[in-house]
Ligand binder design. Structure first.
Ligand SMILES: Nc1ncnc2c1ncn2[C@@H]1O[C@H](COP(=O)(O)OP(=O)(O)OP(=O)(O)O)[C@@H](O)[C@H]1O
Ligand SMILES: [Mg+2]
Length: 384
């Protein structure tokens, strides 16, 4: 399944957006322009369908509708609207899922659906409010998407959202997971339970994946030899163990994850996620902690692994190195530009300035990263 287009109205930084997505997308823009907020659209959909989730929880986890609704929108434009266009290549089906949510002006604070619609190959198969909703508007506090009894005709969409993976790995959280509260964020985006996730996979899958990851790490981490899964003999806790070639010939040194470098841990997390499944994968700044030569290889690596799994990968980046790969097409890069009316999104292929720079021999990174710098950046040097 591929999310081919996203249409937004009043979603956080975006007053209006209508953007085509490819199976690999690079989101580029200055700090605080809404890159993570854009990824949050897919996490929001996941939060609606996940077990124990639902529309009201997805909203309240984000501080309520008033926090999500675009600050720059007109007061007359009430609520938020999301539209996701999805293509399923296996059944050759085009889906559209659309919802609008607005504040309930009535007795309680729960937000209400303005509409919920599903199209299958251009034919509308769900159109709310329906006659039941009109009789009892409390039904509009829930989507049909989140209800197993009501989503049977478009379960594929619910499954796509439910399996979405968001990764923004924080090495310290993997190393010192026990010191952080177990009140976790859904899907464990920062890797606090990453080792437990590895532990839960079947032994065969785990061995196969760790062996692949170990092979990849050999080419980037000095003296690295092998990656293994172990359990603490005393408390049974899961660990990763790396075997390093020792400087003394014939000896091998072993280290656990708390001694791995930040870059090693982030690469292990990234490789594991890429090998994990065929679901939509959202990556936040995969370049963090990595050497520029490794970063340059990430786009082709992601392409190889996602093609094998036929999965869509959407990532945010600030890295010129990551965008230096000449295999990246201008259709795959989304340029986020903050304006007074909210952030605007442009596919790079539609950007004339970038096109002329690219024709002049610049890489995509060289052509666009300098343009994403903040307009007042020079004032930073006045800080004393
Ligand atoms: N409802 C809203 N309306 C308008 N702006 C909002 C809303 N909610 C959050 N924001 C703004 O979004 C910004 C943060 O956006 P986000 O985290 O997506 O940035 P980013 O592009 O990922 O930045 P970075 O590169 O630093 O990670 C903040 O400046 C915040 O004020
Ligand atoms: Mg961000």
């Amino acid at each position: 399944m591929l999310i081919s287009k996203v249409v937004l109205k009043n979603w956080r930084n975006f007053r209006e957006a209508n953007v085509a997505l490819s199976s690999r997308c690079f989101i580029v823009g200055p700090n605080a322009c809404g890159k993570s907020n854009f990824l949050d659209v897919f996490r929001f959909c996941r939060d609606i369908v996940k077990q124990g989730g639902g529309l009201q929880k997805a909203l309240s986890d984000r501080g309520g509708l008033s926090k999500i609704r675009c600050l720059t929108s007109n007061s007359s434009e009430s609520g938020i609207e999301l539209g996701l266009h999805i293509f399923d290549p296996t059944s050759n089906t085009n889906w559209i899922y659309e919802i609008g949510v607005s504040k309930n002006r009535g007795r309680n604070s729960r937000s209400l659906l303005k509409f919920e619609r599903v199209y299958k190959n251009e034919k509308i198969i769900l159109d709310r409010p329906n006659s039941d909703d009109k009789k009892d508007d409390s039904l509009l506090t829930q989507t049909h998407l989140e209800q197993i009894n009501s989503n049977s005709k478009f379960r594929d969409i619910a499954n796509l959202f439910n399996t979405t993976v968001y990764l923004h790995l924080v090495p310290q959280l993997i190393r010192y997971a026990h010191t952080f509260s177990s009140e976790g964020l859904e899907g464990d985006p920062f890797g606090r339970t990453f080792l437990e996730k590895i532990a839960k996979s079947s032994e065969g899958t785990r061995k196969q994946k760790l062996s692949k990851i170990g092979e990849a790490l050999k080419s980037v981490v000095p003296q690295f030899d092998e990656l293994q899964f172990t359990r603490d003999p005393v408390n049974g806790k899961p660990h990763l163990e790396a075997i390093y070639q020792h400087w003394r010939a014939g000896k091998a040194g072993r280290q656990r994850e708390d001694q791995f470098s930040d870059g090693t841990l982030r690469l292990i997390g990234l490789f594991w996620s890429l090998l994990e499944s065929d679901s939509l994968l959202l990556l936040e700044e995969p370049e963090l902690s990595l050497h520029s030569e490794i970063i340059k290889k990430l786009p082709s690596l992601i392409y190889r692994l996602q093609t094998a799994k036929k999965r869509q990968v959407i990532l945010t980046t600030h890295s010129t190195d990551l965008l230096s790969d000449d295999g990246i097409s201008t259709e795959e890069v989304l340029l986020f530009k903050p304006t007074k009316r909210g952030t605007e999104i442009k596919v790079l292929s539609q950007d004339e300035e970038a096109s002329s720079l690219l024709q002049g021999g610049f890489t995509i990174g060289e052509a666009i990263i300098p343009r994403t710098k903040p307009s007042l950046i020079d004032q930073l040097s006045l800080l004393k």
